[in-house]
Design a protein around this ligand. Structure first.
Ligand code: BGC
Ligand code: BGC
Length: 443
């Protein structure tokens, strides 16, 4: 597939790819790893569309050297992976499990040997089950446990990880995991899930301090953002848009950037103790932005438990996940963040951007994914437009390096630049892999 030439980016711009532990590692019982909430959830009947689990996933735990070679071949300067908390602390507390940390040390050293910057996320949703049994993120103590875990990781890897990311998408973990029960731990609390927001943010702030005490590398958080598109133009539609925007786009960013909480349903100010907002607002060096699509909103029907209704966004091509392909949403979002937060906004790195399509090998054994190339070309151009409009964006990471275990969708959604045959674990770079290397990264 040929696309028009891709724009140039400032020198030093960081091109990378992202993955997460439970989605690729497998080796669920190896080297003393404890169970996480995703093991429990995936093993509960009816939770995952194809009945699969992450027990083996992409077997990255054993094949990481091959995957590091794929990263080197792609020419990227950074790799964002996540560290599985239950490998480091099998029950979420106490001393580190050296074998668990040893795996990440081998990975980090392998990356550095190949000139790839390790970017480590500390929490990508796989909470140790023992902490869930004690209340999980509904329990304030989990924030302290998270900072202790951050300290253990930084003590071992603080001299080699080049960018720390505390949490991945606390909004999705709150809303899908605790509000709607679609993700682990499967709680359906709707707006009573607010403690999960506050305690994750508190954990973030405490972890920032723990990381700074051990490492001079920059620290970030990766939030999911979705610009709101109104599906109607009544005052009620506009109010619904404001409500959704506060929940999805502001709840985890306003307090982080020192503006306190926005008005959101369920916010229980009794949970917020003196000093919490200062802990949460500890300066970060980078804001990680994960973007997939805008959200189309209109006023809710009378009697709805939600103050808005989410409706399909029309007028865009769609991915295999049925998500609209809307690169203009990424540009709009980056401008919106700049306009909203002004000088408080640190430099942005797009820490996830990508799409699912039903890619498979042709008769010739090659995997052609022109839709992914078109998707990435549009989103990379959107970032360039935002930079031209004055937004400081310093990196872009594709989700994902490999096809992998897509949470409640199991193995049915393929997001990789590299195809994985799950029966054989054979990796086959797709046409988007060569395109991204040759047209975007240009190593
Ligand atoms: C969001 C994605 C998110 C997904 C969770 C979507 O609506 O746009 O960013 O990852 O939900 O599966
Ligand atoms: C998550 C990834 C996920 C991707 C696609 C993001 O919300 O961080 O883990 O695979 O979206 O749904």
């Amino acid at each position: 597939m040929t696309t028009a030439p891709m724009p140039d980016f400032p020198s030093g711009f960081r091109w990378g790819v992202s993955t997460s532990a439970y989605q690729i590692e497998g080796a669920a019982g190896a080297d003393g790893r404890g169970p996480s909430i995703w093991d429990t959830f995936a093993h509960s009947p009816g939770r995952i569309v194809d009945g699969s689990t992450g027990d083996e996933a992409c077997d990255h735990y054993h094949r990481y050297a091959e995957d590091v070679a794929l990263l080197a071949g792609l020419g990227v300067s950074a790799y964002r992976f996540s560290i599985a908390w239950p490998r480091v602390q099998p029950t979420g507390t106490g001393a580190a499990n050296p074998a668990g940390l040893g795996f990440y040390e081998r990975l980090v050293d392998g990356l550095l040997d190949r000139g790839v910057d390790p970017v480590a996320t500390l929490f990508h949703w796989d909470l140790p089950q023992a902490l869930e049994d004690a209340g999980g993120w509904l329990n304030r103590g989990t924030a302290d446990r998270f900072a202790e875990y951050a300290d253990l990781v930084a003590a071992r890897l603080g001299d080699r990880v080049k960018l720390w990311i505390t949490l991945n998408e606390p909004f999705i973990h709150m809303s899908l995991g605790h509000g709607m029960g679609v993700h682990a731990p499967g709680r359906m609390l709707l707006f009573d899930a607010f403690p999960v927001a506050h305690h994750q943010l508190l954990g973030h702030g405490l972890a920032v301090a723990a990381l700074r005490a051990r490492s001079t590398s920059p620290v970030a958080i990766a939030n999911n953002y979705s610009p709101v598109r109104l599906a109607g133009d009544t005052d009620a539609d506009r109010a619904a848009g404001v409500a959704y925007d506060a929940l999805h786009n502001r709840l985890f960013t306003d307090p982080l950037l020192g503006q306190g909480y926005p008005e959101v349903p369920g916010l229980d100010s009794a949970l917020i103790r003196a000093g919490d907002l200062d802990v949460i607002a500890a300066p970060v060096d980078v804001l990680g932005v994960n973007y997939y699509n805008p959200t189309s909103i209109r006023a809710a029907e009378e009697g709805s438990p939600l103050p808005f209704e989410i409706v399909p966004l029309t007028g865009y091509p769609r991915t295999a996940f049925d998500w609209p392909v809307a690169p203009d949403g990424l540009r709009d979002l980056l401008l919106q963040l700049r306009d909203r937060y002004g000088d408080r906004l640190p430099p942005i790195q797009v820490t996830e951007s990508g799409c699912a399509y039903d890619d498979g090998p042709d008769a010739d054994g090659r995997v052609h994914d022109p839709e992914r190339i078109a998707y990435l070309a549009g989103h990379v151009r959107a970032v360039r437009e935002a930079i031209d409009a004055g937004v400081e964006v310093t990196g872009y990471f594709v989700w994902s390096l490999l096809d992998n275990w897509e949470w409640a969708e199991g193995f049915t959604k393929r997001f990789g630049l590299v195809h994985v045959d799950y029966a054989t674990q054979r990796r086959t770079p797709k046409s988007s892999y060569a395109w991204f290397r040759d047209q975007v990264v240009r190593p």
